[in-house]
Design a protein around this ligand. Sequence first.
Ligand code: ADP
Ligand code: MG
Length: 286
Amino acid sequence: MEEANKTIISVKNAVYKYNRDTEDEVTALRGVSFDIAEGDFVALVGANGSGKSTLARLLNALYVPDEGEVLVGGVSTDTGDSDKLFGIRRTVGVVFQNPDNQMVASVIEDDVAFGPENLGLPPAEIRERVDYALECVGMSEYKKGTPFRLSGGQKQRIAIAGVLALRPKVLVLDESTAMLDPRGKKEVLDVVERVRAEDGMTVVMITHFPDEAARADRVIALDGGKVVMDASARKALSDVETLRAYGLDAPLPARIAYEMRKRGALLPDGIVTAEDLAEALCGKNI
Ligand code: ADP
Ligand code: MG
């Protein structure tokens, strides 16, 4: 059990600037620090431009910080050692917003195999990983088909399968449900629940949707490139005023509880879900 809470990602005072030392310089991250332990489920929230995507790219060494450091499994992402870099990219898999930009092949199973092929794995292992990943996202029956005719949710599940085929320890989803309809969103969130339940995967989910963030155990909020909240999901998402100050919505039940308290209702703290609110108003379901 000693391994249970091992730190897998450590961000220490990370600063990141675009167009550094030019007149177009933008400081996207201004000294960000946090640790993520193996098995954590973190929602990363923040208004547009707060630095979420930049941070996602720092987590798998697509970018290295200008100051401070990012450690993945204890190894700095700012390494000249290509084996170490390779290890980091295998450890942290990132799924982006637009599934169309993540498709590389015209047959679904080839698309999913692209990553493992690039790892130079033997064909039998590639086969096994592709089957596992497609099974995980519930798309096995489509493997011989073309990705282009799929729904947005199905395409995003294929993109996730491509990342899962690399067997990452950490799955980072950068607003991966943003372009999907409600059904597509649910499909993707169900996959996240599944890899967490079955593989204990560490998940960092960047999202604009407060109800999605409520699925996580912990919420980290960014504002102007700084961490402004880092707390349990219950504490962070029930704090309507603080969220609002950073341009963020709390889940609807939390907002209802907030408005009721303003009108004198004596409700407990920490109301986030519909169940929490119902329990506060009517007692436990018996
Ligand atoms: P978020 O994902 O939270 O919307 P980003 O990490 O994309 O935020 O952006 C953080 C800041 O960095 C913003 O001010 C954004 O305009 C700027 N930025 C992002 N990408 C680039 C880029 N490629 N070149 C210059 N500035 C960028
Ligand atoms: Mg973004």
